[in-house]
Structures are given as C-alpha cells and as structure tokens.
Design a protein around this ligand. Structure first.
Ligand SMILES: [Zn+2]
Length: 250
C-alpha cells in the first residue's frame, strides 16, 4: 500500500528532508484545514532559479510523490541549488483524490484572481523573481505516454530533450490530439492566447510565463501507469532541467 494521498505524511517527509538539508519548510497559508508550504533554498536569487510545483490537481498524486522523492534523493545538494518548491498546492483535493478545490474551483484556472488565498500566497512567495525555468507537474488519466506543454519563447526549445530524459521509464505520448490541441511527439507548444484565457481563466503556467519565467513547462505523466514509473518520469525531467540550469545551457 502506498500513501500518495496522505497529505500529513507528505508534509512529514518534506519537513524531514528540509531539516536534513539544513533548511526550514515555510508555511505559506492555511486553506480550509490544511497548511500549505514552500521550500526556498538559500541559493535562490532574484533571477535564474527554478520554480517547481506539484499537486494543484488533487487526482494527480504522481506529481506530489515525484517532487518529494526527487527532493529526498537530492537532499545533500538541495541547499546549493536555486529552487522554489511547492510540495502540494491542493491538499484538500489530494486527500480526496479530486481535481478541484473544496469550493469546486479548478485552481489551475484562477491565477488572475489575487483574492484567492492560494494565489495570493504563491504570488507573495515568488515576489519579483524571474526564473530560468518553471515546471508544473501534472498527470493525465487519458494519457498514453509522457507529454508536455512548452510555452513558446526561448530558443532552442528544451521539450524534446526533457522527454528524451524520461523515455527509458515512460514512452512518449503517441496521440496527435490532446485535449483538442495538436500534439507532435509528445509536445505542445502553444502561444499564449489571451482571448482563450480570458474565457477559461489563467493557469499557473500562463501567469509564470507572462511575469516570471523564461521557460515554462507543464509536464503530464499518464496516471493509469504504475506510480513508480510516473514518479521516475517526473524525476528524470526535473533532473534534466536542473542540470541544464546549473550548467548554464541555453
Ligand atoms: Zn493537472
């Protein structure tokens, strides 16, 4: 039996790894009965760091499990990396295996609404920072392989290399249409369509792309695959991003 939906256990693991790394998990805000947290490393400056969040959709437990597992495995060097990590943005949903927040909001459509406590808290933690890379970890129950969204901006694109890094553990998505959008070899490269987002609401990735991030990726593992595979795939993508940022790769 695994405990991927046990939020208290998840936060225990984060507290423990933060302590081992000589840091403190910071409480961001209390939403309902749950405290939300972030981990900010001392290396994180105003520019060039890495933003990673998981669990904004509560039925995507591979994302939260992957981020904590990656952090545990990198505990000895965590302090030396420029990171802002959000272990789980929707505890209520994670506990109930539900995509939405308690009031029915899809939290990945409300990043234009600063009055929402979660949005306010994440924006406060980010401040004026500009990240080299932002990674949003997600899962898709229709997924047949790993795929990602890379918002168009910096060249060369990194999407292919990120998928390639995870290919030993999960095949690349073969569908050519995903959620009504064209996909090619597991990659979707949307341009930000303001009219569309005015209608459906702002995802976390759009807010980051517009104001805070040079490269913005939404990474989707297929949630019908084994948890261990989904975790390994997300970890491989995180590793490749960190490697590229640390080595100054363009
Ligand atoms: Zn999702």
């Amino acid at each position: 039996m695994h405990r991927a939906h046990d939020y208290r256990f998840l936060i225990q693991r984060w507290r423990s790894l933060a302590r081992s790394a000589g840091m403190r998990l910071e409480r961001l805000v209390t939403v309902g009965k749950s405290d939300l947290f972030c981990l900010r490393t001392p290396e994180l400056g105003a520019e060039g760091g890495i933003y990673i969040s998981a669990g904004i959709h509560g039925d995507e437990a591979g994302s939260t499990e992957a981020l904590v597992t990656w952090a545990e495995e990198n505990v000895s060097r965590l302090r030396t990396l420029p990171l802002l990590l959000f272990p789980c943005l929707n505890p209520w949903g994670l506990i109930r295996n539900c995509r939405f927040a308690e009031n029915g909001d899809d939290l990945n459509r409300v990043f234009h609404r600063d009055e929402i406590p979660l949005v306010q808290a994440v924006k406060k933690a980010v401040g004026d920072r500009r990240f080299a890379v932002s990674l949003m970890l997600h899962e898709d129950y229709d997924g047949q392989g790993l795929y990602l969204y890379e918002v168009q901006r910096k060249l060369p694109f990194w999407g292919e290399a990120l998928l390639e890094a995870a290919r030993p553990v999960i095949p690349i998505e073969g569908r050519v249409r995903v959620d009504g959008r064209k996909a090619a070899a597991g990659i979707m490269r949307p341009k930000v369509d303001f009219r569309r987002f005015a209608k459906i609401g702002y995802p976390e990735a759009v807010w980051l792309h517009l104001d805070h991030s040079d490269r913005t990726f939404t990474v989707e593992t297929p949630s019908e695959f084994a948890l261990s595979q989904r975790v390994a795939a997300h970890r491989a993508v995180i590793d490749e991003c960190v490697r590229r940022v640390i080595s100054g790769q363009e």
